[in-house]
Design a protein around this ligand. Structure first.
Ligand code: IPE
Ligand code: IPE
Ligand code: MG
Length: 247
C-alpha cells in the first residue's frame, strides 16, 4: 500500500505550516545561481498545494519571505519579488481549478506595489473557493506580528475598549495576522535546518515539528505524505499523561 493510501483521513492535520528552505543550496549544488533555486522551488509549491487540496486539508501556510530576508543582496530580493508576481499571475487559474483560496500574512505594505496588486487580484479571484486556503507568509516574522498585536491591544486598553483583566490567549490570537485560522498542527521544515526562524512562534506552541533533509525544490507529494504519516504516529498529549489519553 502506498504511503498516501495509509493516511487516515480523520487524523490529518487541518493546518500544515511549511518553512520552504534550501533553494540556494539546491542551485549551488548544480553550479547555478540562487535565483535558479527559487524558480525551481515553485514546482514544490505546486505539488504541495495539489496534494493538500486532494487530501482536503483546510489550511497550508508557506513561509515564502521573512522580514529578515530583506537583508539578502538586492539582486536576490528583486528576483524573488518578480518571481512572486509571475507565479501568482500564472497560477491563479490552477488555484481556481483546484478550489483553492489564496490568503496572505505579513507586513504587506513593505512589498513592492506590483506584488501587492497581483496578490490582491489573486486573493479576490479565488475568494469564493471553498477548499484549501493557501496562505503565503510574505515579509512575515513572528516578532513583527506579536509587536503589532501588543500595539493593537494596548491601544484598545487606552481607548477603554478592553479591560486589562480580559486579556487572555484568545485576545492575543485574535490580534495576530492568523486571526480566525486554527493553529498549525504540523510544521515542516526542509533542508536539514533545525530552527523556527521567526515563523508563527505563538501559533506553533503545540505543533508537531517535522524536519527533513530534502531541499525544497526536490520536495514532492511523496515527501508531504511521509510528513503526514509521521504526524499520525505522534501522540499529542497537550500536557496530559499517556494513560489519560487512553481513557
Ligand atoms: C528558502 O531557500 C527560500 C527563501 C528564504 C526565500 P533559501 O534561499 O533560504 O536557500 P538556502 O537555505 O540558502 O539553501
Ligand atoms: C526562512 O528561511 C524563511 C523562509 C523560508 C522564507 P531562511 O533560509 O531565510 O532562514 P534562516 O535565516 O537561515 O534561519
Ligand atoms: Mg535558507
Amino acid at each position: 500500500m502506498s504511503v498516501k493510501d495509509q493516511l487516515i483521513k480523520e487524523r490529518l492535520p487541518k493546518h500544515v505550516a511549511i518553512i520552504m528552505d534550501g533553494n540556494g543550496r539546491w542551485a549551488k549544488k548544480r553550479g547555478n545561481s540562487r535565483v535558479f533555486g527559487h524558480k525551481n522551488g515553485v514546482k514544490a509549491v505546486r505539488a504541495v498545494t495539489e496534494a493538500a487540496a486532494e487530501l482536503e486539508i483546510d489550511y497550508v501556510t508557506l513561509y515564502a519571505f521573512s522580514t529578515e530576508n530583506w537583508r539578502r543582496p538586492k539582486m536576490e530580493v528583486d528576483a524573488l519579488m518578480s518571481l512572486l508576481v509571475k507565479t501568482i499571475s500564472a497560477e491563479t487559474k490552477t488555484l481556481n481549478k483546484n478550489n483553492v483560496r489564496l490568503a496572505v500574512i505579513g507586513c504587506i505594505d513593505t512589498l513592492p506595489k506590483d506584488v501587492r496588486v497581483k496578490l490582491m487580484e489573486c486573493i479576490d479571484a479565488t475568494s469564493q473557493n471553498t477548499g484549501l486556503t493557501l496562505c503565503l507568509a510574505l515579509s512575515y516574522s513572528s516578532r513583527w506580528e506579536i509587536t503589532e498585536a501588543v500595539k493593537n491591544i494596548a491601544t484598545a486598553v487606552k481607548n477603554d475598549e478592553l479591560n486589562v483583566e480580559d486579556i487572555d490567549a484568545d485576545v492575543i490570537s485574535n490580534n495576530l495576522t492568523t486571526q480566525g485560522i486554527p493553529d498549525p498542527e504540523l510544521m515542516i521544515r526542509t533542508s536539514g535546518e533545525l530552527r523556527i526562524s521567526n515563523f508563527l512562534m505563538w501559533q506553533l506552541a503545540y505543533a508537531e515539528l517535522y524536519f527533513c533533509d530534502t531541499l525544497w525544490p526536490d520536495f514532492q507529494k511523496q515527501d508531504f505524505y511521509e510528513a503526514l504519516m509521521d504526524f499520525q504516529s505522534r501522540e499529542r498529549r497537550f500536557g496530559k499523561t499517556s494513560e489519560q489519553l487512553k481513557k
